[in-house]
Design a protein around this ligand. Structure first.
Ligand SMILES: [Zn+2]
Length: 89
């Protein structure tokens, strides 16, 4: 999918849920709201001496997703990070 979201700007440091690209996502292990390392596909134009990135990153529920929390590092798929798949809520 190609996310086309406007990210709300907020002064509050501690969000209780994601509302942007990571909407509905939370680490199933440490409950971190991110950031997460997601294996994305990015369309690029490759020249002999340069690389132009075009378009945005794309990922789906099958993409590898890793929690960036140093003490966690949970690795799974994007679907594993969706709160709707974690039985909570
Ligand atoms: Zn985690």
């Amino acid at each position: 999918m190609v996310p086309e979201l406007e990210i709300p700007v907020t002064d509050e440091q501690e969000a209780e849920e994601n509302v942007g690209f990571l909407e509905g996502m939370r680490c199933p292990k440490c409950e971190s709201l991110g950031p997460f390392s997601i294996s994305c596909s990015i369309g690029c134009t490759i020249y002999d001496n340069a690389v132009d990135q075009e378009g945005g990153a794309e990922w789906d529920d099958d993409s590898t997703c890793i929690c960036n929390e140093p003490d966690c590092g949970f690795e799974g798929e994007v679907r594993d990070f969706r709160e709707e798949n974690q039985g909570g809520g």
